[in-house]
Design a protein around this ligand. Structure first.
Ligand SMILES: CC(=O)SCCNC(=O)CCNC(=O)[C@H](O)C(C)(C)COP(=O)(O)OP(=O)(O)OC[C@H]1O[C@@H](n2cnc3c(N)ncnc32)[C@H](O)[C@@H]1OP(=O)(O)O
Ligand SMILES: O=CC(=O)O
Ligand SMILES: [Mg+2]
Length: 532
């Protein structure tokens, strides 16, 4: 099998069965066109992130942008949404894996966000097989048979699909245009859009996306411009694409209305992506000795800075006629322990009930077993209404609330060990090709793992990184604990019948990342270079 590539493009990766159906000359021509038009801007925006980080490291604190005041104070709304996106009470998410795609579509959720991002390990095979899977699913020709002979196919009634491409920071290292790597996000979007947008419209839905990890409205403008060119390229009217932006960086909180404005023809609202958000709060202020968060488990949606961010998001969305989507609790069903399972389910109910009361129009779940209880909680508040866009909030949250990073205690040895254990387990799994894993009965993905590894870094560096018994968290402590937790992780993985080959490498990378002077921007950057 060989591919006919557009001029100037190289693909340095093996072709598996059916990859040629995705990597067609016309689809790759769109990748090349978008790359040539927009890669310089992506690079500038990534450079601007680095420059801004330097200023924050030197003590600058973010604030609202004076140059966008008119947008914040102006009277405008986002364009109306298609019917398929009016009701999004429960959105299930998950990696672009064949069986899971079928299960998620059939789960009873209103919508299904299929994920090339946080829950996906972006090796070449996962990326392109994921595209094959979506191509089949959108055409209702997907099926799967497991090793026991159980057959999977789509129900008559399925969820509305939304697709999350990779964030701006990640390249697709296997595809070069004019000698340069293409953006992972542009690559994922261009292929899935080119092959499926018209088919999705013909089937009563549309090309709907989720956009991750943005730090500014200029980054949203880049996506908007990409949408405009892509729609023109295949002959769809401007405004056909709809995209929900995850507000999952602290800096984006200061530009929520501007982000909606940039995407106003294509916006499907905002989502409170809590896990990357917590990670971003740690990362952005990691050298500010005033800030040091407590154990990961203590940073819930109930702590004031997380509430201030979530409620501000509802306010911004409803003011602009856009859906406000809630994020995901990491709780998942627990097998073989009824009491623990009941507690987890009560936790999910609580989470969804709070979001619904606050004004969110829906929220995410991690697992099909959570769909009905999330539906029930939104039903209690929304009743027969498809959403609650009519609910306007009048809170006045601002910078002080968003940067009130409390609690700072407790930090405990258990907390340190848990972060190291989860970090190594997740990294090892990611390197072996699995980007979402149940660990200690919680859903762990790239965003939750980022919190674990960045907390270790911060606790070592910050004078406030002290355990409740008075000991300072330091490099020696971390180095001593890593082998102990690695052994536990390997025992768990072996008990689950899986190979432990990638876990020594994971522990090494984890140690380097948590103890190096330079904080790696994303854990997936060194990991992606380490993978084939
Ligand atoms: C921070 C963020 O970005 S959040 C968004 C990203 N994270 C996610 O999308 C989480 C996705 N969830 C998952 O990957 C999984 O639920 C996990 C890894 C957490 C747990 O998975 P498992 O241990 O396999 O769960 P479990 O064994 O209970 O699964 C039971 C069945 O449900 C399926 N299932 C579980 N979660 C999902 C899902 N999200 N989508 C589709 N099917 C699912 C399993 O494949 C399995 O199917 P089967 O019975 O037909 O074999
Ligand atoms: O993408 C979602 C998050 O919480 O991070
Ligand atoms: Mg995220």
């Amino acid at each position: 099998m060989s591919l006919k590539l557009p001029e100037g493009m190289q693909i340095n990766a093996p072709l598996q069965p059916r990859f040629d159906e995705i990597l067609t000359p016309d689809a790759l021509a769109l990748v090349a066109r978008l790359h040539r038009a927009f890669e310089p801007r992506r690079q500038e925006l990534l450079k601007a992130r680095v420059e801004r980080q330097k200023r924050i490291d030197a003590g600058e604190l973010p604030d609202f942008l004076p140059e966008t005041k008119a947008i914040r104070e102006g009277d405008w709304k986002v364009a109306p949404l298609p019917k398929a996106l009016e009701n999004r009470r429960v959105e299930i998410t998950g990696p672009v894996e064949r069986k899971m795609i079928i299960n998620a579509y059939n789960s009873g959720a209103d919508s299904y966000m299929t994920d090339f991002e946080d829950s996906n390990s972006p090796n070449w095979s996962n990326q392109i097989q994921g595209q094959v899977n979506l191509y089949d699913a959108i055409r209702r020709q997907i099926s799967f048979t497991n090793e026991k002979g159980k057959e999977y196919k789509l129900n008559d009634k399925i969820a509305t699909l939304q697709i999350r491409p990779r964030g701006w920071h990640l390249d697709e290292k296997h595809v070069l245009v004019d000698g340069k790597r293409v953006s992972g996000g542009i690559f994922d979007f261009a292929l899935v859009f080119f092959h499926n947008a018209k088919e999705q419209i013909a089937r009563g839905a549309g090309p709907f996306y989720y956009l991750p990890k943005m730090e500014s409205h200029l980054e949203a403008r880049l996506w908007n411009d990409i949408f405009v060119m892509a729609q023109e390229h295949i002959g769809l009217p401007k405004g056909t694409i709809k995209a929900t932006v995850l507000v999952e960086t602290i800096l984006a909180t200061f530009e929520m209305e501007e982000i909606l404005y940039e995407l106003r023809d294509h916006s499907a609202g905002l989502n409170a992506g809590r896990w990357d958000y917590i990670f971003s709060c740690i990362k952005k202020f990691k050298r500010n000795t005033d800030f040091c968060l407590a154990n990961r488990a203590a940073i819930t949606m109930e702590v004031p800075f997380m509430r201030a961010y979530a409620l501000a998001l509802v306010k911004a969305c409803h003011k602009r006629g856009a859906p406000a989507m809630g994020g995901m609790s990491a709780l998942i069903p627990i097998k073989n322990d009824e009491a623990a399972n009941e507690k987890a389910m009560a936790g999910i109910r609580n989470d969804k009930a709070r979001d619904a009361r606050d004004g969110f129009d829906g929220g995410w779940v991690a697992h099909p077993g959570l769909v009905s209880l999330a539906q029930e909680e939104f039903q209690k508040v929304l009743g027969d209404r498809p959403n609650q866009w009519d609910k306007q909030r009048d809170d006045t949250f601002g910078p002080k609330d968003w940067m009130n990073f409390q609690p700072e205690q407790p930090i405990t040895e258990t907390g340190v060990r848990n972060n190291i254990n989860v970090g190594i387990h997740y990294l090892g799994s990611w390197l072996s090709g699995n980007g979402c894993v149940p660990i200690h009965n919680l859903m762990e993905d790239a965003a939750t793992a980022e919190i674990s590894r960045s907390q270790i870094w911060q606790w070592v560096v910050s004078p406030k990184g002290k355990l409740d018994d008075g000991r300072k968290v330091d490099a020696a402590m971390v180095r001593a604990i890593i082998p102990e937790e690695l052994a536990k992780v390997k025992a768990t993985v072996t008990a689950g019948g899986e190979d432990t080959a990638t876990y020594d490498q994971a522990a090494k990378i984890f140690e380097e990342m948590s103890l190096s002077d330079n904080f790696p921007e994303f854990l997936t950057l060194p990991l992606y270079e380490a993978m084939a």
